[in-house]
Design a protein around this ligand. Sequence first.
Ligand code: ZN
Ligand code: ZN
Length: 352
Amino acid sequence: MTVVRAFRLAAWGRAPMLVDVDTPAPQDDEILVRVLAAGACHSDLHVVDAADAAAEATFGFRPPFTLGHEIAGEVAALGPTATGVDVGTAVAVYGPWGCGECARCGAGADNYCDRRGELGWAGVGLGRDGGMAEYVLVPSARHLVPTGDLSPTQAAPLSDAGLTPYHAVDTLRLGAGSTVAVIGVGGLGHLAVQILLAVTPARVFAVDIREAALELAHESGAELTVLARPDTHRALRTENGGVGLDAVLDFVGSDSSLTTAAASLRAGGDLVVVGSAGGRLTVGKGGRLPAGTRVSLPFWGTTPELHAVLALARDGRLRVAVEEFPLSAAAEALTRLRAGEVRGRAVLVPDP
Ligand SMILES: [Zn+2]
Ligand SMILES: [Zn+2]
């Protein structure tokens, strides 16, 4: 058994560490994937920073496990009964693994698996061993999507930072003349701007607390970028002819971002809460939300949507801003991400 390295969370409140593990051997339908890129996400920070076992009720899973839920690589080995993919194929891993048996999983929508509450994991790298490692074991070929000539460092972030906003945008009805704001222009947000421009006719505004993030939003095609302040909603409304916006996608999810989002919407608009910063907004008639507001809490995306996101990228319509770190610098990548210093997505690649 060959020893390889994996960046593992051993217990709640313990710093994750790069440790030696045995190369996993694929059983039954499992596929072994050699990891060529693994993205680092804010949800990794939420998990790593969870101080104690109380987090378990929130997440629905517990350590120990290897982190990393945005993965691209190549198929290294197949379990004895595995079919549907060949050794050597370049793939992205669809991450929100479900039970594989319910109607939702049957439709490729494992993100909304009917048995999520019983599984003990939210996906690869979130309760199950993930891709911040040299190899990752995937339960079935149905979670692998061929990436063709897309580079692994582009494909890996697209499996969450691309897929999640794609799924969120897909729930919206944005016709000609509509306007949407993206709050939080990090890994997901900068791709949300690009996806909105690629698949909807909407005008796209972007909000962030960091000047560098607003530059990235501008480069991603946002028409207007606004520094987040208590009166940001006024600036957004003014730019939209004095009326509120048709939709706000909140990739932060803090009290202040939700307050800005609610105050920016027009009647009959969509509030899409993607970020998990722990903010709370009370939903009720006569409250802060305009009449007719639809609120949604999308989680990740579906397998067909991952195919669509990767196709957009192959067509040159999506470009992930990537900062590469070797796997041995995984801890540093998380530290930089926590400090808000990563431009776009931090992606771990194999050590030279
Ligand atoms: Zn994520
Ligand atoms: Zn299921």
